[in-house]
Design a protein. Structure first.
Length: 275
């Protein structure tokens, strides 16, 4: 859900690229928001089954956000009316929850962003309704591993191009494609801010990573070609060739020697075969 970046008025300086450098004390707020978002995705897992509608999943997510005393970042955002995006099969991202029921073998990404004490926790992961097909299993595994290849490249002195290259080279080595039309983003006390975090690129290019940067890495990977199109609802993005797509997302903060992942699953359920 991209939008023009705004100055969030937070403490800390801005780099020449307009990227906020947060203070050490700010990491605690991001951990709290990220943990709630990840906990919600843990709790929704048992409901992902054939016969369940995505609207029912979203209603449960809405209830959990409200019960936690948090705010959904997506309800009311540019007219959007749901607490999650749920993207099934060839939907790449921004799938709108609705009455259509899941079928056996469907794969889906659920993306949740919450606001806790002014901090944004943004994460998504893959789920499977029923029996997982071999090709979908391979896609999900490559996408999951590509995210962590990108995270491994995060340390002060590296560049955003290093992150993109790590993801792209891994995905393409497995004969899959990285979506170019959507990217990760800075966040903190706003939903979206600089930088754009591309999931493809060349080593040594782009802004240099510094301690205190907060952003998401959220690669979208297609079994077929990378091209997408947005449907008439102005939200739902699908693969042009109708091939399956998968996505995983973490929110992270750059530390002195690497990074903190704010959205780790409290129950260890980030991968859909956790059980």
């Amino acid at each position: 859900m991209e939008k023009p970046p705004v100055d969030d008025g937070a403490r800390g300086r801005l780099t020449k690229d307009g990227i906020r450098i947060y203070e050490q004390a700010d990491f605690a707020g991001m951990h709290k928001a990220g943990r709630l978002a990840a906990h919600i995705l843990d709790e929704i897992a048992p409901m992902v089954e054939p016969g369940r509608s995505t609207a029912e999943l979203d209603a449960e997510i809405t209830r959990m956000v409200e019960e936690a005393g948090a705010t959904s970042a997506t309800i009311g955002y540019r007219g959007y009316q749901h607490a999650s995006c749920i993207s099934v099969n060839h939907v790449v991202c921004h799938g709108i929850p609705g009455d259509k029921r899941l079928k056996d073998g469907d794969i889906l990404n659920i993306d949740v962003t919450v606001i806790v004490d002014g901090w944004y926790g943004d994460t998504s992961r893959m789920y499977v309704a029923g029996k997982l097909s071999r090709k979908a299993e391979r896609l999900i595994q490559v996408t999951h591993d590509a995210l962590f290849k990108g995270i491994e490249a995060v340390r002060p002195g590296n560049t955003f191009g290093d992150i993109g290259y790590a993801i792209q080279s891994y995905v393409e080595a497995h004969r899959m494609s990285v979506v170019r039309d959507f990217c990760g983003h800075g966040l903190g006390r706003v939903f979206h801010a600089p930088p754009n975090v591309l999931h493809y690129g060349r080593p040594g290019t782009g802004p240099v990573l510094e301690e205190g940067m907060f952003f998401t890495i959220e690669p979208m990977v297609n079994l077929g070609r990378p091209e997408t199109k947005v449907l008439a609802d102005d939200w739902t993005a699908v693969t042009r060739d109708k091939s399956l797509s998968a996505q995983f997302e973490h929110s992270i903060g750059v530390t002195a020697d690497g990074c903190d992942i704010f959205t780790l699953s409290p129950a260890g359920r980030f991968h859909p075969t956790w059980g």
